[in-house]
Design a protein around this ligand. Structure first.
Ligand code: NIG
Ligand code: FE
Length: 407
């Protein structure tokens, strides 16, 4: 006997590499928080009345896997609307960063913020994502850049998992920018990150994976390689902000380190694409940052496709380059700005987002044995998810087999 059974649904399982993995007039059975059975309703093994303790009708709506936002900087203090105004008046993101604004401005605000305030503001930004069916979110540190504040950010990220209906994957991003107290000493700062901050955060159980920002305004491939080596000593998976503003060889470095993902990638070279394909490194595209910074150089989507590199999409939610708190909007931007198909956009926030977080074995597709996290959408076809802007057709989010919005 199953715990629950859903019928009267059309399903996009996202379980196949191409296509939605469509099941018309399907059924999903749940047991102990996992999918116990999925298929066409007509193939259910017996009369429906006797199959499950509770039965739900999906009322002819669509079901997809719950969404996964695999790249965010959701926890931070303050906001940077003033920089938005400066960019509108002609300043570039890199210029503002070199003049001491950008990430450093948020570092000052995050250091000054209390843990309670950081939690409160992050939960407010999380709410619209949860309402869109996000049940897993990755959250990075990187606005502390000292031991205390990096730990504070990561504790807040962990607290979010207790306060909201999401699984949080924490990412240590100590190598996000050089803080003012290390001005001109990026190498010393990397020593500090590797020898003190990362070990301190790991000791407190706050780190699931490690990231860095490889860019001319941030850290060189050599410096990133040292961060990756420190991560390896703790057996932590790595990923990288790479090729966002220039071709710096970051994606190749990440692929060679066996990174789960390389993220941004507007300037990714053909060599980088091949290295990622060989390593199985996921390309995480962040159209919110591309849009916000009014960039013109698009990531090489055709090459990534041809090479078979899995493509994920995320909000990159952060106060500077991507003040975005809608994954559905990121899907729309992925299609309109980067030329993804709506089917690729959906795979990018489910199946491939799970891979980018190393949790593809238990999440991201609707298959027997995986988490019973799925969303019920009031739509006529799955492409609608990427098509609208500013409209949320989510009618219910099922988490570990339990309806959370409409009981
Ligand atoms: O992913 N690229 C580096 N980090 C963030 C932006 C951080 C910020 O501007 O505050 C990003 O775009
Ligand atoms: Fe980012």
């Amino acid at each position: 006997m199953w715990d629950a059974l859903w019928t009267d649904i059309d399903i996009a399982t996202c379980a196949t590499a191409d296509g939605y993995g469509r099941i018309d007039d399907g059924a999903i059975a749940v047991k102990d928080g996992q999918i116990a059975w999925i298929g066409p309703r007509s193939a259910l093994p017996g009369p429906e009345e006797g199959l499950a303790a509770v039965r739900y009708s999906g009322e002819r709506n669509w079901v997809t896997p719950a969404l996964i936002d695999c790249h965010t900087h959701l926890v931070y203090g303050g906001q940077r609307a003033g920089e938005f105004e400066k960019r509108l008046a002609g300043a570039s993101y890199a210029e503002i960063s070199r003049a001491g604004g950008g990430i450093r401005a948020t570092v000052a605000a995050t250091r000054a913020a209390s843990e309670a305030d950081l939690l409160r503001s992050a939960l407010r930004r999380l709410a619209p994502l949860v309402a869109e069916g996000v049940t897993v979110i990755e959250i990075k540190s990187g606005y502390g850049l000292d031991l205390d504040t990096e730990l504070k950010m990561l504790r807040v990220a962990r607290a979010i998992e207790r306060e909201a209906p999401v699984e949080v994957i924490t990412t240590f991003l100590g190598a996000h920018a050089v803080p003012p107290e290390f001005d001109g000493d990026a190498d010393d700062y990397i020593d500090f990150v590797c020898d003190e901050v990362l070990p301190g955060a790991v000791e407190q159980g706050l780190v699931d994976q490690v990231d860095a920002f490889c860019e001319t305004i941030a850290f060189s491939p050599e410096q990133v390689a040292r961060v990756f080596e420190a991560a390896r000593l703790f057996n932590l998976p790595v990923k990288l902000h790479a090729e966002q503003l220039s071709d710096y060889g970051g994606a190749e470095l990440a692929a060679e380190a066996g990174a789960l993902s390389a993220d941004h990638l507007e300037y990714l070279s053909p060599v980088g694409v091949r290295a990622m394909a060989r390593a199985g490194t996921v390309a995480v595209l962040l159209p919110g940052a591309f849009f916000t910074l009014n960039e013109t150089r698009r990531p090489p989507v055709d090459r990534l496709r041809e090479a078979g590199v899995p493509i994920a999409l995320a909000t990159d939610s952060n106060p500077g380059s991507s003040p975005v708190t809608s994954l559905l909007t990121a899907m729309n931007m992925g299609c309109v700005l980067f030329g993804l198909t709506p089917q690729e956009a959906l795979a990018g926030v489910t199946r491939n987002a799970a891979r980018a977080l190393g949790i593809g074995d238990r999440r991201g597709t609707l298959e027997v044995g995986k988490a019973a996290d799925f969303v019920i959408w009031d739509i006529e076809e799955p492409a609608e998810l990427a098509y609208r802007i500013g409209f949320n057709p989510c009618v219910d989010v099922i988490r570990a087999g339990v309806p959370t919005l409409v009981a």
